[in-house]
Design a protein around this ligand. Structure first.
Ligand code: SF4
Length: 283
C-alpha cells in the first residue's frame, strides 16, 4: 500500500503487521463506506494505528479541489456531498469504541461553506452517540471563510487542528492553493475563541532548520497549543521529491526547542503525523 521511491534510512523502516484490529477497522470502514486519510494519503503508520483501532476519518469525499504537491489524495471534480456520511462516521466511532476521534477532510473550494456544515453535523452526531469520546477535527482553511470556520469553532470540538504543512518560502511550490498567513489566521481565530489548537509541519521538502524554527515561533505567537513535526515521505512518483531525511537527533532538537518555546505538547519524530497517537497526548 505504501510505496517509497527512495532508499529509506533505518529509522524510517516500518513493520507491516495485519493484526485482527487492522482487519476490523478495515471491515467497519468498508461496510460503512468511509474514507480515511490513512488510506487516501498513504500514511506509513496505517498498520500501527489500525492495529491500535485508531483511524482518521476523511469526510466530504476522497477527491480534493486542491493539488498540494506532498499529498496523495486524488485531485479533480469532487463527489456530491453525502449528507448521510456524518451518521455513518458516528456508527463507526461507536462500533470501534473510539475514545478519541479525529475527523479531517479534503478541501472543498467548490462549496459555499467549504464543507463546514458537514463537519458540524459529524461533531454533533458523534457527541450524541458517543458522549464520552473526545473529538479532534483537522480542518482545511475554508478558503478564508470566517463563516465556515466560525461554524466549526461554535460546534466546540475538543481540538481544532489545521496543518501549516511547510515553511512560507515553499508554499508556492508545495502548497500552491494554500496561503501561509491565511493558515496562521485560521489557528489564531480558533485560539482566540478559546479552542485547543493544533498544527502539523512536515520537514525534508527543502526548508532549512531556521525556517522550521521561525514557523514554530509564528505558531506559538498565535497561541497554538499542540504541534506535530514529521519527516515528509514521497507517497507517489508524481509528488514532490524528498530533499533530505532529518535524523532522530534533529527531531529531538526540534522537540526540545518546542518545549522551550512553551508548546502545550509537541510530537517530533520521523514517522510523526498530525493524528499519530493523537489519542495519547490529548491534554
Ligand atoms: S488540501 Fe492539499 S493536503 Fe489537503 S487533501 Fe487536498 S491536496 Fe491533500
Amino acid at each position: 500500500m505504501v510505496a517509497h521511491h527512495h532508499r529509506l534510512p533505518p529509522w524510517l523502516k516500518i513493520r507491516i503487521d495485519h493484526g485482527d484490529n487492522f482487519f476490523e477497522v478495515k471491515r467497519v470502514n468498508s461496510r460503512l463506506e468511509l474514507n480515511t486519510v490513512c488510506k487516501s494519503a498513504r500514511c506509513p503508520n496505517i498498520w500501527e494505528c489500525w492495529n491500535r483501532k485508531r483511524a482518521t476519518f476523511m469526510i466530504l469525499g476522497n477527491i480534493c479541489t486542491r493539488a498540494c504537491r506532498f499529498c496523495a489524495v486524488k485531485k479533480g471534480q469532487p463527489t456530491k456531498v453525502d449528507m448521510k456520511e456524518p451518521e455513518r462516521i458516528a456508527d463507526a466511532v461507536k462500533t470501534l469504541g473510539l475514545r478519541h476521534v479525529v475527523i479531517t477532510s479534503v478541501t472543498r473550494d467548490d462549496l459555499e461553506d467549504g464543507g463546514a456544515g458537514i463537519f458540524v453535523d459529524t461533531i454533533s452526531i458523534i457527541r450524541e452517540k458517543s458522549p464520552l469520546s473526545t473529538i479532534e477535527v483537522l480542518i482545511p482553511d475554508f478558503n478564508g471563510s470566517e463563516k465556515g470556520l466560525g461554524m466549526v469553532i461554535k460546534a466546540s470540538p475538543h481540538i481544532i487542528g489545521h496543518n501549516i504543512e511547510t515553511v512560507p518560502r515553499l508554499y508556492h511550490e508545495i502548497r500552491p492553493q494554500g496561503v501561509y498567513k491565511r493558515s496562521i489566521k485560521v489557528l489564531k481565530m480558533a485560539n482566540d475563541l478559546g479552542r485547543v489548537t493544533k498544527s502539523g509541519l512536515m520537514v525534508g521538502l527543502g526548508e532549512d532548520i531556521n525556517e522550521v524554527i521561525d514557523v514554530m515561533f509564528d505558531l506559538k505567537e498565535i497561541g497554538c497549543d499542540i504541534l506535530t513535526v514529521g519527516q515528509y515521505l514521497m507517497p507517489e512518483r508524481r509528488n514532490a521529491p524528498v530533499i533530505r531525511f532529518y535524523t532522530p537527533e534533529e527531531f529531538t532538537m526540534i522537540r526540545l526547542k518546542g518545549n522551550e518555546m512553551g508548546f502545550g505538547h509537541i510530537e517530533a519524530g520521523p514517522l510523526v503525523r498530525s493524528s499519530y497517537y493523537a489519542d495519547v497526548y490529548y491534554p
